[in-house]
Design a protein around this ligand. Sequence first.
Ligand code: G4P
Length: 532
Amino acid sequence: MSADIPTQVRRRRTFAIISHPDAGKTTLTEKLLLFSGAIQIAGSVKARKASRHATSDWMEIEKQRGISVASSVMQMEYRDCVINLLDTPGHQDFSEDTYRVLTAVDAALMVIDAANGVEPQTRRLLQVCRARNTPILTFVNKMDREVKEPLDLMDEIERELGMTVVPFTWPVGMGKVFHGVLDLREEQMRVFSAGADRAGGDDEILAGLNNPAYASRFGMQYEQAHGEIQLVREAAPSFDEAEFLAGRQTPMFFGSAVNNFGVREVLDALVDLAPPPAVRPAIQREVAPAEPKFTGVVFKIQANMDPAHRDRIAFVRVASGHFERGMRLKVVRSGKELRPNTVVSFLSQRRELLDEAFAGDIIGIPNHGVLQLGDTLTEGESLQFTGLPFFAPEMFRMVEVADPLKTKQLKAGLQQLGEEGAIQVFRPIAGSVLMLGAVGQLQFEVVAHRLEHEYGCKARISPCRFSIARWVTCDEADGGAKELQRFIDGNSHRMAHDAVNAPTLLVEYAPELRAIENNWPKIKFHALREHA
Ligand code: G4P
């Protein structure tokens, strides 16, 4: 089959929604799917979330992993574009998975609850996007409620997130007197009407920003909006595509997702503003998305629905070329060949067998441990993509088996869970008790549960004194491996190896770390390790 790769690449938009829980991510996701025609009835995404909530405990969530696999990537077509929406895990409790998903997208949609403004989880997720210069679109949700003043929100986003905000729409009123939004570019007003069943295309549109009818119809809310727009126009810079693409400027939209209001504008903005897949760096060279040969990188591994079978789905972000079912792929790390016939795609939230994919698409490859996080897949070339981050854990626990006869199971289980990225496992140089590291408490609970139910070994997880980890390296110019070994020997009581044998320093307190850093100026201490 002859695929026009450059055309297909230009059609792709791959993004994630970042938000604090309850800002409206699920609602907006559903409306985006609805407006693009990917689903017919509103309520299906929501219903699933509700069923997850109703069970309320995470073990049930885990049991429904199959569902979450299917829903963690959604593909839709809109205006001749193929839009891939990646779900970031929505737990209050954070996990590293969330960070890694953000490495697989080309843009992010930030949803802000207009009553709450910038909230902690949004701030954290945004930091990851900023570190990668990911372009960000902002949707200010829940304008049908009593919320913060739009100027204050704009100011808060700029101050807290360090981005310039460029409003594309501006709200007229809020809560009970929310009348709609003025579209500053199209110079028209979209009049608000409530209702979750509206098609969204049936909004009443009034021409102009200064239409004489506005003052009598929308009263003081219009007067206020008019004044604010004057202020914004004087103070805010105009939209600059290069600044947006560099993640320094964010276009802002106002709406109410639950009322289907303002959603279509966001979908249009994704098509018009968000970039198609770009060049991705690998150690050996840069890879362009329209290159003819297939390349891809594993950014997430998820255990499969049936815990009795240890097969897992590797989520691969296609970086270049044309993927076709049954093609031979090389796992660069191991040199092994893979010929996936049952690759799944995620069209309209159903898992379907996939026939082809292009840069920007996500494919799911079932495997039994052949694929690891960070693996690069190619048609034969030796290539290693960079940029899949492992974060220094912020919480540590010791892990032991309750039954010594199950030591083997514990090791095998931790090895696999480590490869999935569910947890980080450290082997102390001195001592035999393994250590777990996580960025969120929930990770420990999930691991204990899975060790017991999937690997048949009950683990004793107990507190441990460490609270900070740093990967250590030493440049050749500073003494290289020799100096590093000297450091390891001198600190063996607080050194460990991680899953890929990278030497890691574990300390109790920040001042202790500072002292060590001062004493060992030739050693580099890293809070983030990239897969290499
Ligand atoms: P999340 O995925 O970010 O956690 O948020 P989700 O979409 O589940 O929305 C959280 C709550 O906010 C839901 O209410 C949802 O209905 C509500 N919501 C979303 N968008 C809007 C909006 O534009 N206006 C208003 N007023 N509310 C909105 P809930 O009570 O938790 O659930 P439900 O039973 O009402 O569905």
